[in-house]
Every structure is written in C-alpha cells, then in structure tokens.
Design a binder for this molecule. Structure first.
Ligand SMILES: Nc1ncnc2c1ncn2[C@@H]1O[C@H](COP(=O)(O)OP(=O)(O)O)[C@@H](O)[C@H]1O
Ligand SMILES: Nc1ncnc2c1ncn2[C@@H]1O[C@H](COP(=O)(O)OP(=O)(O)O)[C@@H](O)[C@H]1O
Ligand code: SF4
Ligand SMILES: [Mg+2]
Ligand SMILES: [Mg+2]
Lengths: 263, 263
C-alpha cells in the first residue's frame, strides 16, 4: 500500500529541505522511495542526488520520447528522483511542468511500480493550474503543509487549505519548520486547530541543515548522528504512521489577520 | 505623461509596503495617483484606505455591471485604489483576477483618465497567466523588482527578470527592501549589475513601518516626520525622475547559486 503524500507550503518555507530529509530517512529504513519535485525551482532533489538533475520539461525539449532513465535519477540510498521543472516565466502556466511530468510518469507506468513512499514537493504560493494537480488528480492521498510562525507562511497555509477544501481533498497535518519567531509554537498550534488540523511534527531551525545543503547533502546523510537527524527520523515516522486527515476549515482573510494580531 | 510602473517581487518581500508608502508620497505632492493591487492577497491598499477594500473579482460576483465607484476606492489624500482579487485557490488561474480587473478598468476608461502615476503591485512568485499581464499588455512601461539580500528573494528577482526578458519588456531597477542579513548591500549590488540593472533605492528595515501597518496606515501618514518617511520620499523621487531601463540578463539557476555561495 503506497504512502502517497504531497507537501505544500509558501516558497522558501522549507518544503524541499523537509522532503529531502524525510525521504533520506525512508531510504535508510530500506523503503522504496520516489521523490517528485513540483516546484519550478527544481531543486528538491539536489541534496539527494548531489547536484541538480535535468527536469522533465527540459529533457522533453531535446527528447520527444524519453525513457524512465531519462526522467528518473537515483540518489542517496537508491531514492528515485524526478524534477518536473517549469516553462519559461511569462509564458503559459508556471504549473504546466507538473502537468506534463505527471502525464509522462503515468505513461511510463511509474505509478504502478510498488513504491513504499511517493512524496510530492509542491509550490504553494498559488494553488492553481499544475500546482493543484497532485491534489486534484489524486496522485497524493495525504497533504501536509509546511509553515513557520510568520504571518506570510500562515497566510499561504490558509490559502492552500482553501485549495484543499475546494478540490475536495484532505489535510493530514501541519509541519512546523521553525523560524524561531516569538510565540511561534503557540501561534502555529492555535492556527492549526482553527483550520481543523493539527501539528504532525516540528523541526527546529538549525545551521547544520544549511551547512549540509551547501554541500548538496541532506543533514540525514552528512550528520547521521545529530539531533537534527533524530528530529527528521521522528517526523518521518510520525508521517508514515499517521493515517488521519480532516476537511480543513480555512479562515477568512480578515479573521486570519485578527488572529495573528493578538499575538 | 502618465508614469506607469509595475512593482514585482517575491511574496512577503515588501511590495505592498513599498507601493503604498511611495503612493502616499506622490499623493502628498499633489500627484493624481492610481494604485492597482495585482496580488491575490488583495491587501496592497489596506494602509491607504484604512481597511481592506472589496476586490474586483468579489464585486463582480454580486454586480455584473459595476461602475467605477464600485471598483475604485479613495484612500489617503485622494489616492485611487483598486484590488483585483483572485479566484478561489485550486480553481483556474490565480492570476485570473488581474486579467478580469484590467479588462473592467479598461472598459470603464479608467486608463484614459489623466493620472500622473499608476502603480501596479504584482505577485512575483510565479510570472505567468494574469501576473504577467501588467508587463505583457503594456499597462506598465517600467518595472521595478523589490528584493532583499536573501537567496529566496534574489531567486524570485532573477525569475521575474526572465519573465521581463521573455515578454520583451524593460527592467528599470531594483528596490532594496532590507532584511538586515549579512553582506546584504554588497550581494544585492552585485546581483543587480550581474542581471544588467542597478539599485534604484533602498529602504531600511524598521519597526515603525510594521507599527503603522498594524494601525492600517502607511508610515508616511502615521509618522510624517520620521527618517522612514524621508527614505520613502527619496525613493519615490528617484523612481519618478528615473527614465532609464535595460533588457535584463537573467542568470542560470546554477550561476545564481554559485554567486550566492561565495558570500
Ligand atoms: N529547519 C531549518 N533550519 C535551518 N535552515 C532551514 C531549515 N529549513 C529550511 N532551511 C533553509 O531555508 C532555505 C529554504 O528552504 P527550502 O527547503 O529550499 O524551501 P522551499 O522548498 O519551501 O522553497 C534553504 O536554504 C534551507 O537550507
Ligand atoms: N522595510 C521594512 N521594515 C520592516 N517591515 C517591513 C518592511 N517592509 C515590509 N515589511 C513588513 O513585511 C511584511 C510583508 O510586507 P508586504 O509589503 O505585505 O509584502 P508583499 O506585498 O511583498 O507580500 C509586512 O508585515 C510589512 O509590514
Ligand atoms: S494557473 Fe497558476 S501557475 Fe498557471 S498561469 Fe495561472 S497563476 Fe500561473
Ligand atoms: Mg523547494
Ligand atoms: Mg503585497
């Protein structure tokens, strides 16, 4: 029974960092894992493969009939990695790369292989066009939103939960990727319950995570015995074992503003 | 001769804060000013009108034939304010609100009124669909990008300049909205010249700006004699007097990464 999860959140909030590190944990545990980057930044899998891999969109420019090995690249501990990529800004839909990538992987029967875990890392600044595909087309069964205690990321989380509601999908939980701002835990805790979900796990802010990234590695690979790795272990486990979800109750913009102001 | 400028930048970087404050300066100088919010967040004009105004998209749900006064609201010192709004996340294009708003204002002959300044505040996390309209359709002649020294905002700035290049539009300059990170001035200075533009002005990080926002006012209105207001005065002047622009030379993702790493 493949665990298919989509990770959404504001740009820069820490989706790729979270996705790559929990994927590394799953791979260490011997789980057959597929990571699909659905962010035009196309850098989700950089720390898993040690460098940026070719995107599906760019590969298709040169090769009209790509095989699996032209689109999927093996990374740390055999994790299979795909980057959708995106069209040039200003032209068509930024999410078009995701639509194209999903179709190609579908046609190559990638989704019928027996992966233990499939993780989608999806841009969440807008929830439209290709970026809603993982939810809309049921490529993912569960959605987690990465946020910090900052207003901007909560605004995005609220917006994403509107998309989830609209697309009749389910919200499994909030991943708190700490920025260390004031009252952060309390703010995110209360926000989560206001939108009818809960915090599934928390990752503390840590320089080690950034240092590993500069070395194009996950902290799980580079600092295997660190507290940081233990945190990702716990989060990966909690996500894997979690089989609950809810229909979110997004807040009106004014209500979200008022909520945030009282802190 | 109407000065028509578009302000782009990553979500949360400070576009609305910059736009509302320079608009307030123009209005204080007696310039007939129109501010058009092109961000689904629809809060560009909140500090100019003292509260959130109805968006064009929402107004159209109830009123199929809106007049100017249903879409344009007067704010601080007579500034005329419009919020495009956006469709529900997950449905259609997030930028659709901008397309709809522009058409409506066009049909009501708003653009043929003799404004001295028209400022577009545009989401820049993706440069597609409606969000490229201010550039594509020549609603704006000049584009400025707001950035800080943080990688995420520079990545977005670089992406936006790709959109500008693709749409055969012009980049007038970079507005440095400081986050106070290390080597910020140097990083943004060098980035600007690498993409063939320059820093048009800088706004320092200041609590006063946030305090004013909590009071739904610009710092120009609430703290008229402050250094912060003087900074916006200088920026507004420099933007108004600036009549230069360039074709940007966006960097490849890898080149941008390397550039950032050396700091
Ligand atoms: N818990 C953390 N501690 C320290 N730095 C982090 C943490 N999570 C993310 N970062 C850093 O923040 C930046 C943005 O993270 P990233 O995962 O690329 O965001 P996203 O994929 O959401 O755009 C990266 O430089 C990353 O190293
Ligand atoms: N120079 C500044 N100093 C302090 N706070 C700022 C500054 N510029 C913006 N901010 C704050 O940052 C947040 C995001 O700014 P905003 O203008 O809404 O961003 P955007 O419109 O780009 O999404 C706001 O809370 C705003 O008050
Ligand atoms: S659907 Fe979303 S990603 Fe696609 S063009 Fe519209 S705003 Fe851009
Ligand atoms: Mg990412
Ligand atoms: Mg804004």
């Amino acid at each position: 029974m493949t665990k298919k999860i989509a990770i959404y959140g504001k740009g820069g909030i820490g989706k790729s960092t979270t996705v790559s590190n929990i994927a590394a944990i799953y791979a260490k545990q011997g789980l057959k894992t597929l990571v699909i980057g659905c962010d035009p930044k196309a850098d989700t899998t950089r720390t898993l493969c040690g460098k940026r891999i070719p995107t599906v969109v760019n590969t298709l420019k040169e090769n009209k009939k790509p095989e699996k090995e032209d689109l999927i690249f093996k990374g740390y501990n055999g994790i299979q990695c795909v980057e959708s990529g995106g069209p040039e800004p200003g032209i068509g839909c930024a999410g078009r790369g995701v639509i194209v990538a999903m179709k190609r992987l579908e046609n190559l029967d990638v989704f019928s292989e027996n992966f233990d875990v499939i993780i989608y890392d999806v841009l969440g600044d807008v929830v439209c066009g290709g970026f809603s595909v993982p939810l809309r087309e049921k490529y993912a069964d569960e959605t987690f939103i990465v946020t910090s205690g900052e207003y901007m990321s909560l605004y995005a989380a609220n917006n994403i939960s509107r998309g989830i509601l609209k697309l009749k999908s389910k919200l499994s939980g909030i991943i708190l990727n700490s920025k260390g701002t004031s009252n952060e835990d309390e703010i995110v805790q209360e926000f989560s319950s206001l939108i009818n979900t809960k915090i599934i796990g928390k990752i503390n802010r840590s320089e080690l995570i950034q240092i590993s990234e500069l070395d194009a590695k996950t902290v799980v690979e580079k600092y295997a015995d660190s507290d940081e790795t233990k945190e990702y272990e716990k989060l990966a486990q909690d996500i894997l074992n979690y089989n609950n979800y809810s229909t979110p109750t997004p807040l009106d913009d004014e209500v979200l503003e008022e909520f945030f102001k009282k802190f």
